[in-house]
Design a protein around this ligand. Structure first.
Ligand code: SAH
Length: 458
């Protein structure tokens, strides 16, 4: 991030605009919304600028620019129609440490003005650091449709309600959670449209319901990594959480949905490395919930599949801490989706096993006899290290060495990799592919041949 987005207080500040042509006029349209004292210097200005000067909305100095115009300026726009002049003004302003914007000369600019969606006092500014003005315009158009005109009025109403909420909820985190509940609902633009009276009624009802003292834990499925695969309930929970306790495989793009002010606790376990034990994780959950926090325990995929959820639930229940579970898309489902394979097929397999490659004792033993049968189908979690063992066990129990196996690494993520192989070649192909991320082995599943060879990007 080369540019830091900040909102600059313009009250009483002098903003100098050098130039009276179209470039200056475009800047002035935004500047006139501020509370700055705007000074425009040029011997000629367009009719709009002249009108604004007449209305007393800006001070037009009808003469050539001179260096003393910079005196006392908080910001400068070098917006004449002459690039050379703009560059000179920019250089002088910069040498005097006055932030300057030079029209169409990004390198000479000390600041740039972003595209703006204006629902004052709510402002959304959009910047692409000059990479794509077209994208900025498209984003602006999109947000213009999504933020209803009532957004500003909504914000003003919450300002008056905040005092009431503050009185009843003195703790900052309680208040943040409260507002997250009011705003984190199903449909934000519908919520922004509610009348001030309806909002007040909502706030009062929510305040009544608020049980300040009780912490709770939500066991939330983060899905396989792609935030599109996250449930709405999970998004809402993340938005309202005070504490987010998360695993190694939870992707950054999912974590970013939490509030900035929330406390983030990493409790990832890296295979083969010393890491935090389950009892210590349980203790963290209990401690944070007893302190009254709303805790989200974020686990990759679905929290109830190879997630040691029962151990956490029992620890919490032992302290009478309420637990709620929000399911997620498990990685086997994402892996099957990635290859267009149906996990169950009428007439072929009536069951699929979800297996772990490892258990507490090492490579996990399974019911190899039934898995080795032609209709045996399995999705193996944590199976990369155990691939040779699984292959050996299945073949030992009579499985066909040509049985298809598909390995999906980083299912649903941008770096997803798929390997189509067979039981015979499984461990060699895994080694050759250099798989290092989380992967699912789909045993008995092949690529579904489609008329088009192109694979859809997730
Ligand atoms: N609760 C999780 C599983 C946790 S065990 C779920 O329901 O998916 C960790 C294992 O999950 C990894 O070793 C890997 O086998 C699998 N896994 C997690 N994310 C994955 C992803 N994006 N792609 C493929 N496998 C994944």
């Amino acid at each position: 991030m080369q540019y830091l987005p900040i909102h600059f207080d313009t009250r009483g500040a002098k903003i100098l605009v050098v130039g009276g042509g179209p470039a200056a006029e475009a800047k002035l349209r935004t500047l006139l919304k501020t509370e700055a004292n705007i000074v425009v210097v040029d011997t000629e200005v367009g009719p709009e600028i002249a009108r604004w000067a007449e209305q007393g909305r800006l001070d037009w100095q009808n003469r050539d620019y001179k260096e003393t115009d910079l005196d006392g300026a908080a910001l400068v726009y070098a917006a004449t129609e002459d690039d050379v002049v703009n560059a000179v003004i920019a250089k002088t302003a910069t040498s005097r440490q006055i932030p300057v914007n030079a029209a169409d000369q990004k390198d000479a600019c000390k600041f740039i003005t972003p595209a703006l969606v204006d629902r004052a006092p709510v402002l959304v500014s959009i910047g692409t650091e000059g990479t794509s003005p077209a994208l900025a315009r498209a984003l602006k158009a999109d947000l213009e449709t999504r933020l209803p005109p009532e957004t500003g009025a909504f914000a003003l109403k919450t300002k008056t309600l905040r005092d009431k909420v503050k009185l009843l909820l003195p703790s900052l985190s309680d208040r943040q959670r409260f507002w997250a509940r009011i705003l984190g609902g199903r449909d934000l633009s519908a919520q922004l449209r509610v009348s001030p009276e309806a909002l007040e009624a909502q706030v009062e009802a929510e305040l009544k319901e608020q049980d300040q003292s009780a912490g709770k834990v939500l066991l939330v499925g983060a899905g396989p990594g792609n935030p599109d695969y996250l449930t709405t309930a999970a998004r809402r929970a993340l938005h309202a959480a005070d504490v987010i306790v998360y695993d190694r495989l939870v992707s950054d793009s999912v974590l970013e949905l939490g509030r900035r002010e929330a406390e983030y606790v990493y409790v990832g376990k890296t295979p083969g490395e010393p890491s935090i034990g389950q009892p210590a994780i349980n203790d963290i959950l209990v401690e944070k919930a007893l302190a009254g926090f709303s805790v989200v325990r974020l686990k990759s995929g679905d929290p109830l599949i190879f997630g040691r959820a029962d151990e956490e639930i029992e620890a919490l229940q032992a302290h009478d801490i309420p637990v709620q579970i929000i399911p997620g898309i498990t990685s086997a489902a994402a892996a099957a989706a990635a290859i267009n394979a149906s996990l169950t097929t009428r007439g072929t397999n009536k069951a699929i096993s979800l297996l772990t490659g490892h258990d507490a004792k090492g490579f996990a033993e399974q019911d190899w006899v039934s898995l080795a049968r032609p209709e045996g189908r399995a999705a193996v979690y944590m199976g990369v290290g155990a691939a040779r063992f699984i292959q050996g066990r299945l073949m030992l129990h009579g499985a066909d060495a040509d049985r298809p196996v598909t390995v999906v690494e980083n299912a649903s993520r941008e770096n997803q990799i798929i390997i189509y192989t067979t039981l015979r070649n499984l461990s060699d192909d895994i080694a050759n592919a250099g798989i290092s991320g989380p992967a699912i082995l789909l045993i008995g599943y092949a690529e579904r041949l489609s008329s088009s060879k192109e694979r859809l990007a997730v």
